[in-house]
Design a protein around this ligand. Structure first.
Ligand SMILES: NC(=O)c1ccc[n+]([C@@H]2O[C@H](COP(=O)([O-])OP(=O)(O)OC[C@H]3O[C@@H](n4cnc5c(N)ncnc54)[C@H](O)[C@@H]3O)[C@@H](O)[C@H]2O)c1
Ligand SMILES: [Zn+2]
Length: 360
């Protein structure tokens, strides 16, 4: 598939076993790529590093490996600075290529650094989590966290190439798989009832990392994500915002629960919350909301708001990038597979809905 963005267009390859062909894909796509460095965590490198190293070697690349902390700890200003220091020591220049090999955390950090190092260098995304396959590796949003909130320091950095091998997902812990599946459900609700139905039918196979089932779903999600990104690359037209379905309350809960909650787990909670507001306003039928709730539950995703203080949730919401005057902008679903709407929601209504969910 191609993400069509004029001069920033790039291919996304999705196929089983593709890791062994990464080297030649990079050589083909980025012929001037001189130096390469792989950004990854020790955990990911320990599981899949050999396959990637072999593939790069076979294509004649000498890649340095730069380890960053595992998971969300990678996404900090100080890690970005440390990574930049390592690249300077390695003699990275403007023709060098950074390869992000990991989940959304590694991808977001590497993307951010690739955007700012010497005003921008080549980036290749090789996602290793389901969430990164279907979401974070495509679209160019890159960021690190600030103590006051997630993703507050960032840049747009489209990769030059994305190489997805769903075989890498066989080693993914069940909890990470579930977290990625929440984003898959998100795509189903906002854009594709067939995808939603597919997940309803193949939920167990997907949770068990059945390769063909995963490949089909990943391909579908990539197409959907690419379409939104093409129409609204910088998230300014209110089109790409649909991808934030479940993320308004999701980010608030995720920040407050850090590091105990996975991104997708928070998104599942956020989708239920936005769905309830939608149903309350008559934008979505109760039956559709129940279907969403049922699918999330069958995938092992909780939808209730965790035990948190009302004031803390409201504070976290008010720091959301989507805040507008006294209200917070929510992406509200209109059904399964139909385009959602973006609406400012009054604080009073949010408090009322949180009360119904047991917060107060
Ligand atoms: N840029 C975007 O558009 C975008 C979109 C969605 C989410 N995100 C960001 O992505 C981050 C979450 O990413 P994530 O859910 O991929 O988690 P993650 O990157 O934190 O990885 C989760 C865990 O899975 C392990 N892991 C990764 N691949 C593995 C594999 N193949 N086998 C075994 N273990 C493996 C990692 O070592 C880590 O411990 C969040 O910071 C979120 O903000 C960004
Ligand atoms: Zn997300």
């Amino acid at each position: 598939m191609t993400v069509r963005l004029g001069v920033r267009s790039y291919p996304v390859y999705v196929a089983l076993g593709l890791i062994s062909g990464v080297g030649s894909l990079i050589a083909e796509r980025l012929p001037s790529a001189a130096k390469c460095a792989i950004v990854t965590s020790e955990n990911i490198w320990g599981i899949h590093g050999r396959a990637l190293a072999k593939s790069l070697e076979a294509a004649g690349f000498e890649a340095d490996i730069v380890h960053v902390p595992d998971g969300e700890k990678a996404k900090s200003w100080s890690e970005a600075a440390r990574l930049i220091g390592e690249l300077l020591d390695l003699g990275f220049d403007r023709r060098s290529t950074l390869i992000a090999f990991g989940g959304g955390a590694v991808g977001d950090l590497a993307g951010f650094v690739a955007a700012i190092y010497l005003r921008g260098i080549n980036l290749v995304q090789i996602p290793t989590t389901l969430l990164a396959h279907v979401d974070s590796a495509i679209g160019g949003k890159a960021a690190v966290n600030h103590p006051k909130g997630k993703n507050l320091i960032g840049a747009f950095k489209q990769p030059g190439l994305v190489v997805s091998d769903p075989e890498l997902l066989a080693s993914l812990p069940e909890r990470e798989m579930r977290s990625g599946l929440a984003e898959v459900v998100k795509y189903g609700v906002i854009a594709d009832s067939k995808l939603f139905k597919n997940v309803e039918e193949k939920g167990d196979a997907l949770r068990d990392a059945e390769p063909d089932a995963l490949t089909e779903v990943v391909r579908r999600c990539v197409v959907i994500k690419a379409r939104y990104v093409e129409e609204d690359e910088r998230d300014l037209e209110g089109i790409r915002a649909a991808l934030n379905y479940g993320h308004t309350m999701g980010h608030a809960v995720e920040t407050l629960m850090a590091p105990r909650m996975r991104h997708g787990e928070a998104v599942a909670i956020g989708m239920e919350f936005a769905g309830r507001i939608s149903a309350g306003l008559g934008l979505m039928e109760e039956g559709e909301l129940e279907r969403q709730r049922g699918l999330l539950a069958s995938l092992g995703l909780e939808t209730g708001i965790p035990e948190l203080k009302l004031g803390d949730i409201l504070d976290a919401l008010s720091r959301d990038k989507k805040v507008e005057g006294g209200s917070v902008r929510f992406v509200l679903p209109t059904g399964i597979g139909t385009a959602p709407v973006l609406r400012p929601i009054d604080k009073d209504l949010i408090v009322q809905e949180l009360g119904r969910a047991g917060v107060g």
